[in-house]
Design a protein around this ligand. Sequence first.
Ligand SMILES: [Fe+2]
Length: 159
Amino acid sequence: MHDIGKIGIPDSILFKRGLLTDEEWQAMRLHTIRGEEICRPMKTLAPVLPIIRSHHERWDGTGYPDRLAGEEIPLLARILQVADIYDALTTARPYKPAFTHQHAVEIMLEEARRGWRDPELVPLFAEICQKPYVDELNPAASSVTMQQSLENMRRELSK
Ligand SMILES: [Fe+2]
């Protein structure tokens, strides 16, 4: 839903295998604003508009569309960003393989150190992944870590 604005982006850009040109990147970046415009008329979606608009902002202010920095970026957008990046890293794309959980978390921690991501949320996500967690998809199973649960869900979804 946060990427609903991509509906207006040509497939030739969305599924391009090579690097995007500057013009194509500009079109791609518009999905945040487009998504907000699409959802704005629906009153029940008002609480998620900041997520849709701001999920590509960066902690250091180098993101888009508004170049918000730090806590100017809505918390829900920062939380969704953590999940979105984890999903992108652990999913195979035309230009890269699916990374393992550990590799994905290392990349996210590195991006937080570099100043791109929330320096509290990303380590918190990494920490939570290691904690015991009751798998809601399979409550009969003994408790697993969040990491195992995420891997189980990914396996189920890829079937
Ligand atoms: Fe997006």
